[in-house]
Write a protein that binds this ligand. Structure first.
Ligand code: ADP
Length: 535
């Protein structure tokens, strides 16, 4: 720190901090940023596709995650570099908007950066590259629309939806069970979908998991599953035509809020107090019975004595149910959450055809199934699996499949996967490049080449010769003018993705191209990086 004076003699302080800053300008800044972006994309590249590798990530507290979901890998990677963070953000936006294609979008962005670096070396100005990319992305997105196909499905014929979900699941760890999981995801989405308004509220689908059993035991429950049991072992395990009181008030005498003093100096006084408490509780139970409740679900607990009384009065109860679950139960059963006992009325009770307690394995694990609800629009996917990691990964995969099914209900168009759509776009963009007279032409061609990197990565990850495979497929597409040929990752024997039933949603693919272009343009436009040298 130093003291100095300006031309009017006023003192000011010069902070030494300025010295600690490093600064990258111009082409150096772009090169450094591109290198950072590429580094992130390289990590994800090997995870792309049905034969992609999985990553094992260890969290700060030692917990281990095994996954090949792009968004999850990046989320947990804890990157420090700002550009790398942009790539994480990119994957997250794809996850947020579409739910699937999170690896692909980063691989695409990485390839665009790599190509941009080559153009920079040729002396093309970054702005020209950015503009060329913008034009090329427009051509690609329009071309996707042109080659997309609509397929028809309805509640009775949902096979096409299942096939598309299976494509998503085939590149996940859970792919041995993809048919079953895809069917479950589609049935769940159709159960909550509003097909007329083409809207799906995924909040109505609850995904629960419990360690034990097989992945194949995963089931769809038309109702709600709560990880709780009846508060007393002697309460009935099955209640038909249940009328449920959903309470957020404690099932106990009210505690004085301000300080009171109760002097108990005789046995009689103690007895009176006890009786009063008991009577109070008795009234509460009576109130529930009077309005016709046959089951009470509470957010709070109650003591053993109360529990005994509930059992005695034949009013089954469940305690310590979480707020989110209570809300879902209320939505599903058409009931209202009651915050005070005085407000309990018959209309506020939720109705369910069947509430049953089911036990698992030899352990004391029990869960409560609330089924045949008045408002059948809430469903639960109950995942079983050998260990916690498997369940967590299945949850992520199911999430992707649910998102794909939702996207298809919103927009019925699909394009073909396995890199087929990218190859078709690459050809279209390449052809369009010649029409542009300016320097952008080079950037547009570079964009076409970047599009090729997705099928190349798919081929590489499947143990195929990337360049040979790609050129063979590309020439096949060009010769027959058919955009369905892609990479035969699973060695089925045909490149025709129609035959292999490898579909992806049109909006998902379009979003990938748009988002990747946006981020790369942003990175290219940075020509000054000022940072603290400590980092
Ligand atoms: P993302 O997270 O981007 O969805 P994935 O690892 O799920 O990444 O890989 C998706 C890619 O794998 C897509 O390009 C898709 O077309 C391709 N793919 C999925 N299944 C197959 C298959 N059976 N054959 C060829 N390609 C496939």
């Amino acid at each position: 720190m130093a003291l100095a004076f300006d031309e009017f003699g006023r003192p000011f302080i010069i902070l030494r901090e300025q010295d600690q800053k490093t600064r990258l300008r111009g082409i150096d800044a772009q090169k450094a940023n591109i290198a950072a972006g590429k580094a992130v994309a390289r990590i994800l590249r090997s995870s792309l596709g049905p034969k992609g590798m999985d990553k094992m990530l260890q969290g700060p507290d030692g917990d281990v995650t095994i996954t090949n979901d792009g968004a999850t890998i990046l989320e947990q990677m804890d990157v420090d570099n700002q550009i790398a963070k942009l790539m994480v953000e990119l994957s997250r936006s794809q996850d947020y908007e579409i739910g699937d294609g999170t690896t692909g979008v980063v691989v695409m962005a990485g390839a665009l950066l790599e190509q941009a670096e080559r153009q920079l070396d040729r002396g093309i100005h970054p702005i020209r590259i950015a503009e060329g990319y913008e034009m090329a992305s427009r051509v690609a997105v329009e071309h996707l629309e042109r080659i997309s196909q609509k397929f028809e499905f309805d509640v009775n014929n949902y096979e096409p939806l299942v096939q598309t979900c299976m494509t998503t699941l085939s590149s996940k760890i859970v792919n041995r069970c993809k048919r079953r999981l895809a069917e479950i995801a589609v049935k769940a989405v159709l159960a909550v979908a509003d097909l007329e308004r083409r809207d799906v509220n995924l909040d109505l689908i609850k995904v629960e998991g419990k360690v034990g059993g097989n992945l194949e035991d995963t089931e769809l429950i038309y109702g709600i599953l709560v990880d709780k049991d009846m508060s007393h072992p002697q309460m009935p395990k099955q209640i038909e035509d249940a009328h449920i009181a959903i309470l957020t008030c404690p099932f106990e005498p009210p505690k004085p809020k301000t300080k009171h003093k109760v002097d108990i100096d005789t046995v009689q006084k103690f007895e009176t107090l006890r009786k009063q408490e008991q009577q109070y509780f008795d009234e509460m139970v009576q109130k529930c019975k009077d309005v016709g409740a046959t089951l009470v679900i509470c957010q709070w607990g109650f003591d053993d004595e109360a529990n005994h009384l509930l059992m005695h009065r034949n009013l089954p109860a469940v305690r310590w149910v979480g707020g989110v679950e209570l809300e879902l139960i209320a939505i599903a059963t058409g009931g209202r959450i009651v915050p005070r006992f005085q407000e309990l009325t018959p209309e506020k009770l939720g109705k369910a055809g069947m509430v049953r307690e089911k036990s698992f394995g030899t352990t004391k694990e029990r869960m409560l199934y609330i089924e045949h609800c008045a408002n059948s629009k809430a469903v639960t996917i109950f995942i079983r699996g050998g260990n916690k990691m498997m369940i967590e990964e299945t949850k992520r995969s199911i999430h992707d499949a649910l998102c794909v099914a939702r996207n298809l209900i919103r927009n019925k168009s699909i394009v073909y996967g396995g890199g087929a759509a990218e190859i078709a776009c690459s050809l279209a963009v390449d052809a369009a490049a010649d029409k542009y007279p300016g320097v952008e032409q080079y950037a547009i061609r570079a964009f076409a080449e970047a599009l090729d990197s997705v099928p190349m990565a798919l081929a590489e990850n499947s143990g195929l010769q990337p360049i040979e495979t790609l050129s063979a497929v590309k020439s096949q597409q060009l010769k027959e003018n058919i955009p369905f040929y892609g990479i035969d990752c699973n060695d089925v024997g045909t490149n025709d993705m129609r035959e292999q039933n490898v579909f992806e949603t049109l909006i998902g693919k379009q979003q990938q191209i748009l988002l990747a272009t946006q981020v790369v343009k942003m990175i290219l436009k940075i020509d000054d990086v000022i940072s603290n040298s400590e980092y």
